[in-house]
Ligand binder design. Structure first.
Ligand SMILES: Cc1ncc(COP(=O)(O)O)c(C=O)c1O
Length: 366
């Protein structure tokens, strides 16, 4: 049996209506500038006033960063993230300042965030890692307000996840989402910016279209537009999101029940006031390194697994070379991520596959 680590879920019953909408778009030639419906529904779902569709999760970070004019300013970024979160800061002209990881939730360490704020800090990017909105989210928001910093929630992993009833992407000044095919919902490629600020929403709309407004270019912009075909898929996927989250939590519970008494594994605890999105199901290993155990699961059982993220951003060759980071700078990330793997999780994983993963992990670790 082969078990993939992740895959998108577009049920057969959605494909026919999708094809009909795609056919209409093809026949009318309406292939871009047609994302309003998806934006409206996404804003409603997330609980923000505005949502602006763009062509990637990375541009969904960079475009609002440009609004804050971060040129030569520092922006705090967790080191345990995909490189895109930090790269967007560099592209927008700022300096990413990495912070270490809290091993309890695999998100940024709030204490390290506080330590890294300087007079040059413009704002903070927080990542709801694997779909876990950090438990200190409201304290962080208050901290940012007191210090005059913007708070950007990189919710690329966290569509539909929530804390105390507030959805990821609705708490900070800005939320950014990715619709890459591995994500909780997909548009093929794509991204979304959420905000309650009309000024930010208007700015992103302008810069995603080469900085033009009413036919004149008054800002530096780019082509960050989302194609109509992507928005059609996004709208269809959005209708499924709640059921996807429910299913992912069901899978996560099965893993939890199977592994919670094993001393060879540490699980990530989630308090009752957080609804985890479970984009990934991470575990910390006590017996093997992640790399060793990934190889065992692949070679002996044909099970694909992932990491979030190794190496962490500060140890990526580019950041070591250009920003002077080195081994030892972020001890928690360096130690914990070496032993962290993500088990297969996707909506249509079968019971047979899930049991096979559970039994294989148990067999190797016990
Ligand atoms: C945390 C995080 N931010 C941003 C991105 C970038 O998204 P995209 O690949 O859609 O540009 C990703 C993609 O994996 C991500 O995991």
């Amino acid at each position: 049996m082969h078990v993939k680590n992740t895959k998108p879920y577009i049920p057969q019953e959605d494909i026919n209506p999708l094809l009909k909408d795609i056919q209409t778009a093809l026949e009318t030639g309406n292939l871009t500038f047609s994302t309003e419906k998806f934006e409206e529904e996404f804003a409603k779902y997330t609980g923000t006033k505005y949502a602006v569709a763009v062509n990637s999760g990375t541009s969904a970070i960079e475009a609002p960063l440009r609004y804050y004019n971060i040129k030569d300013k520092e922006v705090i970024v967790p080191t345990n993230t995909f490189v895109a979160s930090a790269n967007a800061v560099v592209y927008a002209g700022g300096v990413p300042v990495m912070v270490d990881m809290d091993p309890n939730n695999l998100c940024a360490d709030f204490e390290d965030i506080k330590r890294k704020v300087t007079n040059y800090t413009a704002g903070i990017i927080i990542v709801a890692s694997c779909g876990y909105v950090p438990p200190y989210m409201f304290e962080l928001k208050k901290f940012c307000e007191e210090k005059g910093l913007f708070l950007l929630e990189d919710a690329a992993h966290a569509h539909g996840a929530s804390i105390k009833g507030y959805k990821a992407g609705s708490i900070g000044d800005i939320g950014s989402f990715s619709f890459f095919p591995t994500k909780l919902i997909t548009t093929g490629e794509g991204g979304m910016v959420t905000t309650n600020s009309k000024e930010i929403a208007d700015y992103v709309k302008q810069v995603r279209h080469h900085g033009q407004k009413n036919g004149l270019m008054t800002e530096m912009g780019y082509n960050w537009r989302m194609p109509t075909l992507s928005a059609i898929l996004g709208l269809s996927q959005l209708k499924r999101l709640d059921s996807f989250i429910e299913r992912r939590n069901e899978i996560a519970n099965k893993y939890k029940n199977a592994f919670q008494d094993m001393k060879e594994i540490e699980l990530i605890d989630v308090p009752g006031y957080i609804t985890h999105g479970y984009w990934k199901y991470p575990i910390l290993l006590n017996k093997y390194t992640a790399k060793e155990f990934q190889t065992i699961l692949k070679e002996k059982y044909n099970i694909d697994t992932g990491t979030v993220y190794y190496p962490p951003v500060h140890l990526q060759p580019y950041y070591k070379e250009n920003y002077g980071y080195k081994e030892g700078d972020m001890p928690s990330s360096e130690q914990n991520l070496k032993r962290e793997i993500c088990l297969p999780i996707f909506v249509d994983i079968t019971d047979e596959q899930l049991n096979y993963v559970i039994e294989s992990v148990k067999k190797e670790l016990k």
